[in-house]
Ligand binder design. Structure first.
Ligand code: FE
Length: 341
């Protein structure tokens, strides 16, 4: 009898302990692929004691996983490098609205989701970079002008399966309509220096190696190249200059996208998830982004890094960023139709 009582006491004790010790954590499903993220989450853990667990995959894989896990999903936050995928996740009912006065005041109004399902943490422009040796800045103007015959065999860009290109094409469709976009895509493909391959960084390296003269890339990759530990990358960064397209008086501005976060519908650690988003959009969190990943800040109280500032300010295409998701399927069809591999 005594033994049984002891046994019961011990069981009760351990179950109490294990209840209290429910792990203080937050679970991320993340598409981001930058060194800064580890630093950011480590800083947050130190500050709050909340452990950040990250599962990395591409956005469509993560959306599929969220969908299949349903109510049992351990995910708290869906982190992407594309507003289009956040739109898709919210459209599929996988997200819940985010309500925090702190985030609301941290984040620049122009970058917000009107429907309240996701928040931006940074933004980036999909810009042109050109060879300092073979292109004169005055020859460049708009995305549309890249179909000009003078660029035949000179344009470098990665594959159309990439989310950054899909978002760019979605913005072209939203702004110019489907027919003009098909024409544009055909013209661009016929000006390619080579079949699309490699990453954004690889396009810049190809310019340095003389394989093409103009590349379409995300802005922060130039910052990452210039501050790389590899001399080959620094040299590639130095071989090109940054150009923001569509800056003319009657033009819409350069295409941007956000890296952002959605709150999962069934987030089991919602309080911690909100805390993390508050931290990432705070001045401290934003300074960590701009100085390590060379992205633009979502919080207007923080300035871009010095390198990024040296490129000057630019006019942003004001298109509702959810359109990058809405026109995605159409963009992909255009790629297929026009032979952009
Ligand atoms: Fe990237």
């Amino acid at each position: 009898m005594k033994k049984i009582i002891y046994f019961l006491i011990i069981c009760t004790f351990f179950s109490c302990v294990s209840n209290e010790k429910k792990i203080n954590e937050v679970n991320l499903y993340s598409q981001r692929h930058y060194a800064v993220d580890k630093l950011q989450y480590k800083n947050f853990e130190k500050l709050t004691g909340i452990k950040v667990n990250v599962i990395k995959a591409n956005a469509d894989e993560l959306i599929e996983r969220l969908k299949n896990e349903g109510n049992n999903s351990p995910a708290d936050l869906f982190v992407t490098v594309d507003a289009g995928k956040l739109y898709k996740a919210s459209d599929m009912g996988l997200l819940q609205k985010i309500s925090s006065d702190i985030i609301n005041s941290n984040v620049n109004n122009a970058l917000k989701d009107k429907n309240g399902f996701w928040i931006p943490i940074t933004y980036r422009a999909r810009i042109l970079v050109y060879s300092n040796e073979r292109v004169n800045k005055d020859e460049l103007s708009t995305y549309e002008d890249l179909v000009n015959e003078k660029w035949k065999g000179r344009i470098l860009v990665r594959s159309s399966s990439n989310a950054y290109n899909q978002a760019l094409m979605s913005s072209i469709v939203a702004n110019n309509g489907s027919e003009a976009s098909i024409k544009w895509s055909k013209g661009l493909v016929s000006n390619f220096a080579r079949d699309p391959k490699g990453s954004d960084r690889d396009q810049v390296k190809a310019i340095a190696a003389g394989q093409g003269d103009i590349a379409i890339v995300n802005s922060y990759y130039i910052g990452l190249l210039l501050t790389s530990e590899k001399s080959e990358e620094i040299n590639a960064g130095k071989a090109v200059s940054v150009f923001f397209p569509n800056q003319g008086e009657n033009q819409r501005g350069s295409h941007i996208n956000i890296s952002g976060i959605g709150l999962a519908k069934n987030s089991p650690n919602k309080e911690n998830a909100i805390k993390l988003m508050e931290y990432l959009t705070s001045e401290t969190g934003q300074k960590t982004y701009v100085n390590n990943s060379y992205e633009y800040p979502a919080n207007s109280n923080v300035s871009p890094s010095e390198i990024v500032q040296s490129w000057g300010e630019f006019k942003i295409d004001q298109l509702d960023l959810n359109m990058l998701g809405k026109y995605r399927d159409q963009a992909i069809r255009i790629f297929d139709e026009t032979g952009w591999k």
